[in-house]
Design a protein around this ligand. Structure first.
Ligand code: ZN
Ligand code: ZN
Length: 252
């Protein structure tokens, strides 16, 4: 089952395309399970007045309404393309704390996202992450059936906490937390490719720890421009996971 659980549409400030055009590119590229995972702040503050004045009384409730509107749109798309591709309703959660410069980026404390199929969490390893490094508590707060950790070198993160990788990954598996590795070449975030992802696919010892722990791994494109999309690359990395005996999040 070829999966790509990391993509962005015009609901993200850094995205530009309609969800439909991105899903159609995925169908054309032979992807079978496709997750749309727009940035929480892009969706939540899609009204520019809300972005500029996040504390204003007059926009109270906007965040919740815009999250629901996004979810409903992705839900319609899921129905529209049923039988051609399985669309998953996701959201990427920025966890940088509500300091002065990141005021509007993290998820407001009481905002409910549990109705999404999954969340991707980013900035887990940042010293100013609202998770304070406690992945398991934060995943519970999000409340989605699955939670993925994106843009994070999990081996380095686990080591920095003085914990044992096999135990930590096993606990992730038990709590339905997967590791999302993006294999992106997107033109918005400077065609970055994560070094840890390349290392992982090169390192048999790490692969063995991940396989034994039972933690699920996804490989996504993190696309922000439909013209950047390389489904062949996604398929190649899906096949690598299968060959390694590592399961993907929505596999039975
Ligand atoms: Zn982005
Ligand atoms: Zn992303």
């Amino acid at each position: 089952m070829i999966q790509d659980l990391h993509s962005h549409t015009y609901y993200s400030f850094c995205g530009k395309d309609t969800p439909e055009s991105i899903v159609e590119a995925a169908i054309a590229g032979g992807i079978e399970v496709f997750g749309i995972s727009d940035h929480n702040y892009g969706i939540g503050y899609s009204r520019i007045d809300a972005f500029n004045l996040p504390d204003s009384e007059s926009i109270h409730g906007t965040y919740e309404r815009t999250l629901r509107r996004y979810f409903d749109h992705i839900n319609l798309i899921k129905e529209k393309y049923r039988g051609q591709i399985e669309v998953k309703r996701g959201i990427e959660i920025c966890t940088l704390h509500d300091g002065v410069s990141f005021k509007v980026h993290s998820l407001p404390e009481k905002e409910d996202v549990s109705f999404f199929d999954y969340c991707l969490v980013e900035n887990l390893d940042s010293s100013i992450s609202v998770t304070k490094g406690d992945l398991f508590a934060y995943a519970k707060r999000l409340g989605t059936p699955l939670v993925g950790i994106a843009h994070t070198d999990m081996f380095a993160f686990i080591r920095s906490r003085g914990e044992d990788p096999l135990e930590y990954f096993s606990r992730m598996a038990a709590d339905n937390i997967f590791w999302e590795m993006n294999v992106s070449y997107d033109s918005i975030h400077n065609y970055r490719i994560h070094r840890y992802m390349v290392d992982f696919f090169d390192d048999e010892e790490k692969q063995d720890v991940v396989r034994r722990s039972g933690v699920r791994v996804s490989v996504g494109f993190d696309g922000h421009r439909v013209e950047d999309y390389l489904p062949e690359r996604i398929k190649e990395y899906n096949d690598k996971l299968t060959a390694l005996g590592i399961k993907k999040p929505f596999e039975s």
